[in-house]
Write a protein that binds this ligand. Structure first.
Ligand code: 0X9
Ligand code: ZN
Length: 324
């Protein structure tokens, strides 16, 4: 049986409090905005971290997405850790200072708050993955947000058309309000015809993996990805994995998925991007519910890997020796 909800994990109200505290303590480099609302009406928040935070400067932008899957609570802790690392480190740590000065960093600390709250609200964890949107003609609620993105949606046997499945793709791409809001946010970062976000990580648990697109096909080179583009993802994935000890691989090597954020961010928006599957490596380490005593260690573990991505965000292709 699953253990009781562990009060060491950050619920939605507490998360909003942490965000407000970070922004209040560092108003010159941290700002929050409401980018939309969840199905149940919770604010979907974005935290921007950069110097001159209230100005849209012409700097490479980096996106971090957390908690598409409700029960993967360690990913919310990862967002909290990154907010604190990048703000507390500013002015003292020269590497962090330079990256905050020269990048615009977007952290979406919980894109599925309805699901996370539901997962935490009982006397035991509920093992919930999807959002909490009702499904017409079914008593099973919820869409798997990471099967609802509008690139090759439902193409390839990597999602389910059955509302009771944990990988239900929804009735149409972007039918989940949470996906629509985040997709609109990302599309909104196209300025002067150019997508400002160059690189991204979508945080999940568990298995200790760094995954890159595509998930809908086993092929590495496709109509949507050249050899150079594939090699860039692989090299950057391996460079980050060297720092955190995760296993780097193409996402379809895990299993085929369609409608994932990874495939959309690359296939539709040309953002070099990765899925991190955080701690633990296997179910024996606690699966989706490791004790909160591991939070500090397992979020700090990704600091160097994240800083490497921020570093390469000016031109990810330079990791394979290409200019553009
Ligand atoms: O199935 C998923 O959505 C992810 N695994 S999880 O256990 N966190 O649910 C893996 C997604 C990897 N595939 C792609 N990103 N395409
Ligand atoms: Zn997940």
């Amino acid at each position: 049986p699953l253990a009781d909800p562990d009060p060491g994990y950050t619920g939605y109200a507490e998360l909003v409090g942490v965000i407000d505290e970070v922004v209040a303590a560092h108003p010159d480099i941290a700002a929050r905005s409401v980018i939309g609302r969840s199905h149940e009406g919770r604010d979907l928040l974005a935290v921007k971290i950069s110097d001159n935070v209230d100005v849209d400067e012409d700097q490479p932008e980096v996106l971090f997405v957390h908690a598409q899957h409700a029960r993967e609570h360690l990913t919310v802790e990862m967002a909290v850790h990154l907010m604190r690392l990048l703000t507390d480190g500013y002015g003292g740590d020269p590497r962090i200072t330079d990256l905050v000065d020269d990048r615009e960093i977007w952290i979406l600390p919980n894109v599925n708050p309805d699901g996370s709250e539901y997962d935490m609200a009982g006397s035991t964890w509920r093992n919930w993955r999807k959002n909490r949107q009702p499904n017409e003609g079914s008593s099973s609620p919820g869409t798997d947000l990471n099967r609802n993105w509008a690139y090759e949606w439902g193409c390839c046997g990597g999602s389910s058309g059955n509302p009771s499945s944990i990988t239900y793709r929804g009735p149409a791409p972007e039918s989940a309000p949470e996906v629509r809001v985040v997709a609109d946010f990302v599309r909104g970062r196209v300025v002067g015809g150019e997508q400002q976000i160059t690189t991204a990580i979508d945080f999940h648990t568990y298995s200790e993996l760094i995954l890159w697109p595509f998930g809908h096909t086993y092929d590495d080179v496709t109509n949507g990805m050249t050899r150079e583009e594939y090699d860039t993802h692989a090299a950057l994935g391996e460079h980050m994995a060297e720092a955190n000890g995760y296993t780097p691989q193409q996402s379809s090597d895990l299993y085929v998925t369609d409608g994932s954020i990874n495939d959309w961010l690359w296939g539709d928006q040309r953002i070099v991007n990765f899925t991190y599957e955080m701690y633990p490596r296997s179910a024996a380490g606690g699966g989706f519910y490791p004790p909160s005593s591991v939070i500090e260690r397992e979020t700090a573990r990704n600091e160097e890997a994240v800083l490497r991505l921020l570093d390469y965000a000016d031109c990810p292709y330079r990791i394979i020796g290409e200019e553009a």
